[in-house]
Design a protein around this ligand. Structure first.
Ligand code: AMP
Length: 407
């Protein structure tokens, strides 16, 4: 049993760092509640144990002081719904949620102090204080006074050494610093792929820029058997190999890096798969004229915006023969209808491979958006809630939010 599962929170006040940084529309309505939903089991377990919960999070990018549009109070009605649903399964009662309009100070301390078992206190946005992102020790100490035990369940911010995500740890003894269930699942899934992968292991890397993905590719060369490279970044590799790529995205200053990666992969026996053909367009627009062409022979004035039919088959073949799959980044400009086919086909192959027994992890903002958009999120083994954090984990970095709990 994990440390969190076996911990008895009875009569304890658990201070949980959650990642409630959800997108809001103009009417302050939540447009994607995945991150909130993902934290519910952790909260309910503590309440069921007879503990109380103090939730702290950031929301958006305030400039260091209170801003109405970034107030966490906008999340209260939906949090109420989610916790009522979550608790109904086991307790059949509504959860009492209080709100403190400052994350530190008298009102927060008093409310936290009076909190009864089974109750929840949501604190106002941590980033209304500049000290949060600066990782200020005094601010972290002030936050730490709110709870008896610190639970870090915010994988989305685990790559930041902020006051509430990492610095706060030193104010709790080792036995009172825990990961919540979301964080445990994130870490276990990432560890399974990085260190306990069943082979063949394919990493599917897409997106716009080689420069953003160099470190992850380099780290994965040590672990994967196959690396599929799609999206805009594939054309820098095509160009590096002497191909004609027309107006496709190209980072000329990364051509040597692409060549180094290809050479390294060859020496290490890792197969790199580049898209043999592309869907090309005469402009970067949803209503562009389209055609297909070999990815290394794209006519002048045209650009590759998606992988082509042969590449789809080529990539699916690799994916369907794999036992471990990591996917980060779309295969094309999937936001535009004409260029989403490749990403959809790859998503479907990941789902099929999962059904055949492969372990599949999807992470990184745009690939997560893609599997959500296509309705495949519950058909892969795990969808990570952390974009940047997930990327840094797979680059082989130690994440401060994880190190803080483990140290
Ligand atoms: P990233 O955030 O690096 O994973 O990149 C995701 C973005 O890459 C998405 O907005 C895609 O539209 C974009 N993208 C994917 N393929 C291409 C392409 N062939 N040309 C230009 N942009 C692309």
């Amino acid at each position: 049993m994990s440390k969190f599962s076996s911990y008895n929170f009875n009569k304890q006040k658990a201070l949980i760092r959650v990642d409630f940084n959800v997108p809001l529309n103009d009417k302050n309505e939540i447009t994607d509640d995945s991150r909130m939903k993902a934290a519910v089991p952790t909260i309910i377990k503590i309440l069921n144990d007879g503990g109380s919960v103090i939730l702290m999070s950031h929301l958006g990018r305030p400039k260091g002081g209170p801003e109405e549009k970034y107030s966490l109070k906008h999340l209260l009605p939906h949090l109420q719904e989610l916790l009522n649903e979550g608790s109904a399964i086991s307790q059949k009662k509504t959860v009492n949620i209080l709100f403190a309009n400052d994350c530190i100070g008298d009102q927060a301390y008093l409310t936290a102090d009076m909190l009864r078992p089974g109750e929840v206190l949501l604190l106002e946005n941590l980033r209304f204080y500049k000290e949060e992102e600066k990782g200020d020790t005094k601010f972290a100490e002030k936050l730490s006074r709110l709870g008896d035990v610190w639970v870090n369940d915010a994988f989305g911010t685990a790559h930041r050494a902020h006051a509430s995500t990492a610095i706060i740890a030193k104010f709790f003894p080792a036995e009172k610093r825990l990961f919540g269930w979301l964080m445990e699942r994130e870490v276990a899934s990432a560890e399974k792929v990085l260190h306990h992968s069943e082979k063949p292991f394919v990493a599917i890397i897409g997106g716009a820029k080689v420069s953003d993905k160099i470190l992850i590719i380099e780290n994965l060369l040590e672990r994967a058997t196959d690396i599929i490279i799609g999206g805009g970044m594939a054309y820098t590799f095509m160009k590096a190999e002497g191909g004609m790529i027309g107006n496709s995205l190209c980072e000329t200053d990364r051509i040597q890096t692409a060549l180094d990666i290809l050479k390294k992969a060859e020496n290490m026996g890792v197969s790199i798969h580049l898209p043999s053909d592309s869907i090309i367009a005469d402009k970067f627009a949803a209503d562009a004229e389209t055609s297909s062409a070999p990815s290394d022979n794209i006519p002048e004035g045209w650009m590759g915006l998606d992988i082509g039919p042969n590449a789809c088959e080529q990539f699916c073949n690799v994916i369907l023969h794999s036992k471990t799959i990591l996917w980060n980044g779309p295969m094309g400009v999937f936001e535009m209808h004409n260029f989403q086919h490749g990403t959809k086909v790859v998503a479907k192959a990941v789902v099929d491979a999962t059904q055949k027994g492969a372990f599949s992890l999807v992470g990184g903002g745009d690939s997560v958006a893609a599997v959500n958009q296509f309705g495949f999120a519950d058909k892969v083994s795990y969808v990570s809630t952390g974009g940047g954090a997930m990327l840094e984990y797979f680059e082989g970095k130690v994440l401060p939010g994880i190190a803080a709990v483990n140290s």
